[in-house]
Design a protein around this ligand. Structure first.
Ligand code: G3H
Ligand code: ZN
Length: 277
């Protein structure tokens, strides 16, 4: 059974764990992520972004995810990533998602607050936690490329958390969306934000962040870290290599099985790595 987001975070805190949130796109990725977490026997989230919901609707993804975690002995939640509208938030709650992000970070402060408050009030009625974002990340988030970074302003954190009622805070501290090796994570800024924030912190753009940096961030309130590109790369690689070797390759079934295995191994490796220390 998919685990409620509040319970999942309680479990993580009790066991001193960071929760990975792995982006899914389709049926194969969803099973692969659940499988990776189960192999590692560590908790985490399957997550899907609002953008990706255009491809796979919330109800279908929730059913696949629920089936994928059926045999799991480790807690796994289903999270809406970068929720772009109140309609998406509602649709995901209705579908049985157990955790929600509303991302209005591109809007001016007061509007961001208003959107998050509305989502938080709705989600809390159903007992589901909400992640909100303050600041903006550089990089490629689905099909949107953002060149300008806007680091989270610590002076706005207390007011933002208070007014939105959010349960976790996604921060911009040098983390980058997309395949970026060794982004320069501003640990002193993270530490400062953590001292002010009443809620735990989330890092987006997990792909490419060295493990030592994650272990350091763990000391400063990090509860969740998002991984998208790393898993997608594994998935695509399998098909790309097969095609390069043979332009007449069309064995989708065996390649999909192989791709699921690659993604599962990567998810297992990442969840183990972040919790090694
Ligand atoms: O919300 C999704 C993540 O922030 C993915 O970032 O593709 O850099 O791992 P990533
Ligand atoms: Zn993200």
């Amino acid at each position: 059974k998919l685990v409620n987001g509040f319970k999942l975070m309680e479990y993580a805190k009790r066991n001193n764990l960071v929760l990975p949130a792995f982006n899914t796109t389709n049926l194969e990725m969803t099973y692969a992520i659940a499988d990776g977490l189960m192999r590692a026997n560590l908790p985490g989230y399957i997550q899907i972004s609002s953008n990706n919901l255009r491809l796979s609707n919330p109800g279908i993804i929730a059913e696949i995810a629920a089936d994928a975690v059926k045999k799991s002995e480790t807690p796994i939640g289903l999270h809406l990533d970068h929720g772009k509208s109140f309609e998406d938030v509602k649709a995901c709650i209705d579908a049985g998602f157990t955790s929600i992000m509303i991302d209005a970070s591109h809007l001016p402060f007061e509007e961001n607050v208003k959107e998050c408050r509305r989502a938080a009030d709705y989600c809390h009625f159903y007992g589901i936690p909400v992640e909100a974002e303050l600041g903006a990340l550089r990089g490629k988030e689905e099909d949107i490329v953002n060149e300008a970074e806007c680091k989270t302003d610590p002076d706005m954190v207390a007011e933002f958390v208070e007014k939105t009622g959010c349960d976790t805070l996604a921060v911009s501290v040098g983390n980058v969306h997309g395949l970026c090796l060794n982004p320069q994570i501003d640990i002193p800024l993270l530490e400062k934000i953590n001292q002010i924030s009443k809620v735990p912190l989330v890092l987006h753009g997990g792909s490419g962040i060295p493990k030592e940096v994650i272990w350091e961030a763990k000391k400063h309130g990090l509860i969740k870290i998002n991984y998208g590109s790393d898993l997608r790369k594994e998935f695509v690689k399998t098909f790309g290599q097969a095609y390069e070797e043979n332009h007449n390759e069309y064995d989708v079934i065996h390649l999909s099985i192989e791709a699921v295995e690659e993604v599962s191994r990567k998810a297992q490796e990442l969840v183990t790595m972040i919790n090694e220390h």
